[in-house]
Design a protein around this ligand. Sequence first.
Ligand code: MG
Length: 203
Amino acid sequence: MKIFCVGRNYIDHAKELGNDVPEEPVIFMKPKSALLQAHTPFYYPEFSNELHYEAEVVLRICKNGRYVQERQASKYYNAFSLGIDFTARDIQNELKKKGLPWEKAKAWDNSAVVANWIDITPDNAKKPVSFSLKQNDLVVQRGNTKDMIFSFSQVIAHISNYFSLNIGDMVFTGTPAGVGECMPGDKLEGFIEETSVFELEIK
Ligand code: MG
């Protein structure tokens, strides 16, 4: 199983971190060991002093493929969810300055949190997904997939030009503006539309 992630897929978020708006999807990966298993506590990573949450819509790949056409791409995922792409921002800033890869900031154990899957049905397939994240009961991020720079289909087609898509792979589709720091003791709660889909305490 592979976890693909899209960076800078919302204009307001690219700008808040001082990045250019990308001309093609920015893709990075997390290994399988990055996925926080259900009923497992999340611990603040000991190597960071600036842990950021990034709430993102996640897709579940349901079909193997390569060189997928954009117009066929919707056949390659069958469920979506909300997740957090946890980021050690201090480490990432250091790596970015040196032009080094991001794995130590993004791909560490338990850095990927995903709520339960919601099946894609003819009813919800074409609807944009609105989502939000609360930190200690205060809304800190609000997003809507209609504001993505690259659509689900564009992202999947692009990824498949470089990597095989395999059943069970996941795609984190990028975070909207409002990313910020979290601390031990914080409670994060994710919402799709108005429904709470996960609650997580930082230990
Ligand atoms: Mg992200």
